[in-house]
Design a protein around this ligand. Structure first.
Ligand code: WTA
Length: 658
């Protein structure tokens, strides 16, 4: 973010007070901050009391061996029981858990908590029949259909950690995750619906299975939901491996007794991009994670029993885990689950769903809000959105204009907007206004929620104080924190805890600024991680994908500011000598190659063929200068370049031919 944008941001002086009615009945009051400050462990112990424990914990937090935390040590519970069964036992079995809305119009299905309990029990029995045991990993690669949630909960029920891989990822990305966590079973579907047509998933699983085998890992079984009914082809089914969901889960018993697991039993692994090429498997465990997800969902969205809540994330991302599956279900909420894209078959599809399902709490990403702003307010204005009472935002900093538009056009100026900062690693919302307590400032995530301690510090870890910028750190452990990187404790320590090791701070990888009131503004990543439409991508991962193309000698990737997606992928590529000029279609060829290797979200917006890359004397690529080129700025300081004429060469080459 440029200094100019930053100072404009901090000039923002609009304030929105909590609506009186909401504040009067809010779940959380201002006292919560003070209570949590006085006794953080007591505060989190109280929040853990929202859950049903088979065995109570002996110790709230064991931080004897930092950064390896144990929360609610000695306690035992079952996450699926907490998300499903206990609501049925409490007499709320008829409450709708999900209003499922498929992409094909009129393909809807309501699932009550009692029905969900049967489905999850059946799936748990079927997984056990397939040989899945407690501790085995199960990969889930699915469209946004109820079976995806059922599969996750079934895994949790039998203590088999799941790893959900976003359905938009390629077979290569899936294969590396299958191998990394040694998944025994994959749950998938024949396909899903996207923009009016069926798009296949199963063939990607077959490819990934072959690739994983080449890496030395065998997937034993693949459980397949029939969603689209599309033809799988002659080679598309292997009787020794593939099992239909309707022939196994649907016929399984609805009786399944959940076993209580240790509070620190692994619940799931979620892969996310880091600064190096290999994705990190972020490990979340059971008791602390569920406590953090349930509390924040209740507190930050002011959830009431009659609310209809809708989070538009895909369950392939952490937001779907914490704020579609674990938080809302632990709280017994009624939700919308939507399969499709925001604007298919009509631009107002989302607003129609809000109107029809009377959605009262809506949680989405700035990139979506910006695209709706572009389409114009006539589209949402054509729908009755008066049911909405709280709006949320997540994934990247929300531009003040988008915030104000969201509040005004979608929320009718009645609704607070909660801008929630958190990460795959934090598992739960960390910094956010509370809608009945904190006023909103467009563009600021405001302050840590009760029980969370954050700070903005300089290189040495000293607080910068109000009115200054630095690194965002978390200074105290929290219940839903990641426990490690799957199979790599060293990388866990190195990535998050080494920068401020002596102080014991968690380094989030984000830059931030405190304004004069002490409110926090997240400025984006300070490392080589990009944020494209709220999705994290690593520059190295995309560079590796480019370099794997036979015509490419070297590649450097930067995230450049983009009006629609926040950041966009821009690649600078040096071709191999033998590739000549690469041919007429080289740019398209390379874009398609990245798409194939990683997935559509990683496809570069621009590929620039260059003769040289700017490097320091020690050989490090100076991405800052490439970002200047990609964002059409004057090139910054080039004095540390090994060869300062390189930038002239790049700039002139680009303006003349591409
Ligand atoms: C960014 C998504 C500003 C940030 C939950 C963070 C945000 C990364 C916000 C985590 C926000 C997320 N304001 N930036 N409200 N929310 N981010 O792991 O850079 O996919 O480090 O988790 O997204 O992305 P992740």
């Amino acid at each position: 973010m440029s200094d100019e944008t930053l100072s404009n941001l901090l000039k923002e002086d609009r304030r929105f007070e909590p609506p009186a009615e909401l504040a009067a009945h809010a779940n959380v009051t201002a006292e919560a901050y003070a209570a949590a400050e006085r006794d953080p462990e007591g505060f989190w112990a109280e929040q853990a009391g929202r859950l049903d424990w088979a065995t109570p914990w002996e110790r709230v937090l064991n931080w004897d061996d930092p950064p390896f935390a144990k929360w609610f040590e000695g306690g035992r519970l079952n996450a699926a029981y907490n998300c499903v069964d206990r609501h049925v036992e409490a007499g709320r079995g008829d409450k709708v858990a999900f209003h499922f809305v498929g992409e094909p119009v009129d393909d809807t299905r309501d699932i009550t908590y009692a029905e969900l309990k049967d489905l999850v029990s059946q799936a748990a029995n079927a997984l056990v029949d397939l040989g899945v045991q407690t501790g085995d990993r199960v990969a889930i690669y699915m469209p946004m259909i109820p079976e995806a949630v059922v599969a996750m909960l079934a895994c949790a029920r039998i203590g088999a950690p799941h790893t959900v891989v976003f359905g938009g990822f390629s077979s290569d990305a899936l294969a590396s995750r299958l191998e990394d966590c040694q998944a025994k079973v994959v749950v998938t579907a024949d396909g899903g619906y996207r923009r009016g047509s069926a798009s296949a998933l199963k063939p990607a699983v077959d490819e990934a299975r072959t690739k994983a085998a080449e890496l030395g890992h065998t997937v034993e079984k693949v459980l397949v939901v029939r969603r689209t009914g599309q033809d799988l082809g002659a080679d598309g089914w292997d009787d020794a491996v593939d099992v239909w969901w309707h022939e196994s889960v649907d016929v399984a018993s609805t009786e399944h007794t959940p076993e209580a697991f240790d509070a620190e039993h692994p619940l799931y692994v979620m892969y996310t991009s880091g600064t190096t090429g290999k994705p990190k498997g972020i490990l979340h465990t059971t008791g602390g994670y569920l406590t953090g997800a349930a509390y924040t969902h209740w507190a930050v969205f002011d959830l009431k029993p009659d609310d209809v809540y809708w989070c538009t994330a895909d369950i392939g991302w952490v937001t779907g885990h914490s704020y579609i599956v674990y938080g809302p279900l632990a709280n017994g909420a009624t939700q919308v689950l939507y399969e499709g894209t925001p604007d298919s078959p009509e631009k107002g599809r989302w607003w129609r769903i809000i109107e029809e399902k009377k959605v009262s709490i809506f949680y989405t990403a700035p990139t979506a809000i910006r695209s709706f702003m572009k389409q114009g307010r006539e589209i949402p204005d054509g729908h009755d959105l008066s049911s909405l009472r709280v709006l949320g935002s997540v994934g990247e900093p929300i531009n003040p204009e988008a915030y104000v538009w969201y509040r005004h056009v979608i929320g009718g100026d009645r609704t607070p907007v909660v801008d929630t900062w958190w990460q795959t690693e934090t598992g739960q919302i960390m910094i956010s206004p509370l809608p009945g307590v904190t006023h909103g400032k467009p563009g600021s995530a405001m302050i840590p929620i009760p029980g969370i301690r954050a700070d903005v510090v300089d290189e040495e870890g000293r607080s910068v104080g109000n009115g200054a910028g630095g690194y965002l750190v978390l200074t105290k452990p929290w219940p839903a924190m990641l426990r490690t990187i799957w199979g790599d404790d060293e990388r866990f320590k190195e990535t998050y805890w080494s920068r401020f090791e002596k102080l014991g701070y968690y380094f989030a990888g984000d830059g931030a600024k405190l304004d004069d009131d002490g409110d926090l503004w997240v400025l984006g990543r300070v490392d080589d991680v990009m944020n494209v439409s709220g999705h994290r991508l690593s520059t190295t991962e995309i560079e590796s994908a480019l370099v794997s193309h036979p015509k490419v000698a070297e590649a450097a990737v930067v995230g450049a500011q983009d009006e629609d997606t926040g950041q966009a992928v821009c690649a600078f590529v040096i071709l191999r000598d033998e590739a000549g000029d690469g041919g007429e279609d080289i740019v398209e060829e390379l874009r398609a190659h990245v798409r194939k290797e990683i997935g559509p979200i990683a496809k570069p917006r621009q590929v620039m063929i260059v003769a040289e890359l700017p490097k320091t004397r020690s050989g490090k690529i100076m991405r800052r200068l490439l970002r200047d080129v990609a964002e059409h700025r004057e090139i910054g300081d080039v004095t540390t370049l090994a060869d300062s004429s390189v930038m002239d060469l790049i700039s002139s080459g680009i303006s003349s031919d591409k």
